[in-house]
Structure formats: structure tokens, C-alpha cells
Design a protein around this ligand. Structure first.
Ligand SMILES: [Zn+2]
Length: 362
């Protein structure tokens, strides 16, 4: 916890906290020092001296709550999004004197300017006042926007901490098409020595047992993660978040590289395959995973735990099912893993055993 956060716990803004910190005025010192002395000995304005004297006798906000709030708001005011002022303060939505409520739901990150407006009684007209409902709405929307931004950024960097599925055959093909060969990518020498991949970095289909050893040691996963990172950066910035294009005529986006972060439903298909799918509004998204490609042996366990996934792939086709009035989006999966950044608004994964016909072109 940073030194400034200690002041934030008492509802003191970051800019005032920095000033108090530079004057070595700790919370315990402020409690013992009179308003008059704070003004004369520490060169603090009367308004601020009065304010901090009230603040430091409050029950302090839990440091985890502070951390979570700042993190989920990117240290930026949720009402003006940092436009008015870059400093921030932890604001009680129902004011502390009335509620003494230090829980996450009652707190918001505001800048000192918006904070003044929220607490104003007479200096602004009533229409200028920020109501608690407005602050709650802004907080919800801003936190969602921050979360989405983090997801987008980390998705572009392939920030995943466990690869569950790697479509090695299609990644080799795509890398060959885009870069002609994959040997501009750092290749693990062990993989070549063990004849898992050739000099161009392409997978050799034999010796399943050694392959499994390399999957378990992470060599092969690192190799394909590196190649896939190059592929993503090639497609960026046209790579699309599936959530963003649901409203924007997705059927025009065939052959686009896309990604999706969220919960998925899954079921086994005939021929050692798995179908992952989810639906949103009038769209159904389908990924068929071929179990002959790299699948981590912990992925089945994760499916049962209803994890959040990130799935990268290409939109192959979009068909309209007139009967169900739904767009069926067929996607080719390239890479699936556990994302480091997630957005909390999707159904969780469900794993059901069911059999349908096999598709040869996944
Ligand atoms: Zn603000």
C-alpha cells in the first residue's frame, strides 16, 4: 500500500495527501494537532485544515477496498473520466456522516472538482449537483469501460496464463501464409532436436509421446504462443472483439481475426471433438475444437470449474437460421486460454456430453 493510500482511507484526496506527506504530517499527527497549528505551522489553508481534522477521526476504509476501487477505476474520476482533474478522492455515495458505510458499493472514485459538486449545497444550482444515483451510474459505466479496455489491451498482447487449446496445424498454415516461414521466430532448440518441429518451426506429425512431454514442459506451448503473438500483431488493429461487432453487421466480417473473452458452453462431439459455443442476442457463436491438436490436460477440469476463457479465431461464415431467427457464426479456433484480464458479465462455462456430426474443416 502506497503512503498516499493511507490518506485515501480517510477520504482525503490524492493531491492533499501528497502535500501532507511532503510536510510529514501523518494521520496520528493530524489528530493531535489543532486546526490553528495546522494553518500556522504547516501552511495549510483553513478549509483544508477543517476538512482533514474531521476526516482523520472517521473509521478508515479497508485497504483492499481502496485498492480494488482504484484499480477498477484506473485511478480516474468516474464522473468526468479525468477531464476536469487528474487527482482523485474516495467519495462516500451516501455521505459518511449519515451512513458510516465504508463498503465498496457506497464508495466511488471522484476528482476533487466533481467531489465538490457532489457535496455542494448552495454554491451551485441544483441542476449542477451530482446526485448519488448519477454517481452510481457513472461508477458502473466507467468500471465497465475500464475493464473492457484492460481486456482489449491484454488480448492484443496474448496475456494469458494457461493455454488450453492451440490449433497447431492452422497456426503453421497461417504463419506460413503471412510470413512465408516461421523461422524469424525464436525456436526452442530442443523442439528441433527431438523432431517435434522442423527448421522452419512447423510441427511434425509423429511421435505423440515426445510431443506430450513437450506440451507438459511448456516448450511447445511457448513456441506456438510466440508464433501466435506475431500473427495477432500482424492482424492488429483490425482484429475484432466479438462483443463489439454483434451490433455491427457481423456477416460482413468473414475471414476477420477475432477474439472473445467470457464464459462458454461446451459439449463433446463425435470423433474426439469438442464444441464450444455461446449466444448473445440474435447470434450463436460456435467453435469446434479438434482434440488431436494441443489441448492441455487441465482444460477439462477448468471447464467443470466454469472458467472464463479467451478464444482467438477467424470468422469463417455467418448463416441465418430463419426458423430460430438467429445468426449462426462459425469460427475457426486458433488459440484458447485463461485471460489475465476479464470482464464480469458473461454466463459461465457448462460442459455437457452430447454428440453431433463431425466437420472436417476446423
Ligand atoms: Zn471528475
Amino acid at each position: 500500500m502506497s503512503n498516499i493510500d493511507i490518506y485515501l482511507q480517510y477520504g482525503i484526496s490524492s493531491d492533499i495527501a501528497e502535500d501532507l506527506l511532503s510536510k510529514k504530517l501523518r494521520i496520528s499527527t493530524i489528530r493531535k494537532t489543532s486546526i490553528k497549528k495546522l494553518i500556522t505551522n504547516f501552511n495549510i489553508s483553513e478549509n483544508i485544515a477543517r476538512f482533514i481534522k474531521i476526516a482523520v477521526v472517521r473509521k478508515k476504509i479497508d485497504e483492499n477496498t481502496i485498492y480494488q476501487l482504484l484499480n477498477r477505476n484506473s485511478y480516474i474520476c468516474c464522473c468526468c473520466q479525468g477531464y476536469k482533474n487528474k487527482n482523485y478522492i474516495i467519495h462516500h455515495i451516501i455521505e459518511y456522516s449519515k451512513s458510516q458505510d465504508n463498503t465498496y458499493d457506497n464508495l466511488a472514485v471522484l476528482c476533487p472538482s466533481c467531489h465538490d459538486i457532489a457535496h455542494s449545497t448552495h454554491q451551485y444550482s441544483l441542476t449542477m449537483k451530482l446526485t448519488s444515483d448519477q454517481i452510481r451510474k457513472s461508477k458502473y459505466e466507467w468500471e465497465l469501460a475500464v475493464e473492457k479496455n484492460k481486456v482489449d489491451k491484454s488480448s492484443m498482447n496474448l496475456d494469458i496464463y494457461d493455454a488450453d487449446y492451440i490449433n497447431i496445424k492452422r497456426i503453421d498454415e497461417l504463419a506460413y501464409k503471412l510470413f512465408n516461414q516461421t523461422n524469424n521466430i525464436q525456436i526452442s532448440k530442443y523442439l528441433i532436436d527431438d523432431k517435434i518441429i522442423n527448421e522452419n518451426g512447423e510441427y511434425i506429425y509423429k511421435n505423440r509421446e515426445i510431443t506430450i512431454n513437450h506440451i507438459e514442459s511448456g516448450d511447445l506451448i511457448n513456441h506456438y504462443s510466440n508464433i501466435f503473438k506475431h500473427i495477432i500483431s500482424y492482424f492488429s488493429p483490425s482484429i475484432v472483439n466479438l462483443d463489439d461487432i454483434i451490433n455491427k453487421e457481423i456477416y460482413n466480417k468473414t475471414n476477420y481475426m477475432c477474439y472473445y473473452v467470457g464464459g462458454l458452453y461446451g459439449r463433446s462431439l463425435e470423433g474426439n471433438c469438442t464444441l464450444l459455443h455461446f449466444s448473445r442476442r440474435k447470434y450463436v457463436f460456435n467453435w469446434i475444437l479438434d482434440n488431436n491438436y494441443i489441448i492441455s490436460n487441465t482444460s477439462a477440469m477448468r471447464m467443470k470449474q466454469r472458467s472464463i476463457y479467451i478464444v482467438y479465431g477467424i470468422i469463417r461464415s455467418v448463416d441465418y437460421d430463419e426458423e430460430k431467427e438467429q445468426h449462426i457464426v462459425d469460427l475457426r479456433p486458433y488459440f484458447i486460454g485463461m485471460p489475465t484480464a476479464t470482464i464480469n458479465r458473461t454466463p459461465k462455462i457448462r460442459y455437457i456430453h452430447n454428440f453431433i456430426e463431425k466437420d472436417d474443416d476446423r
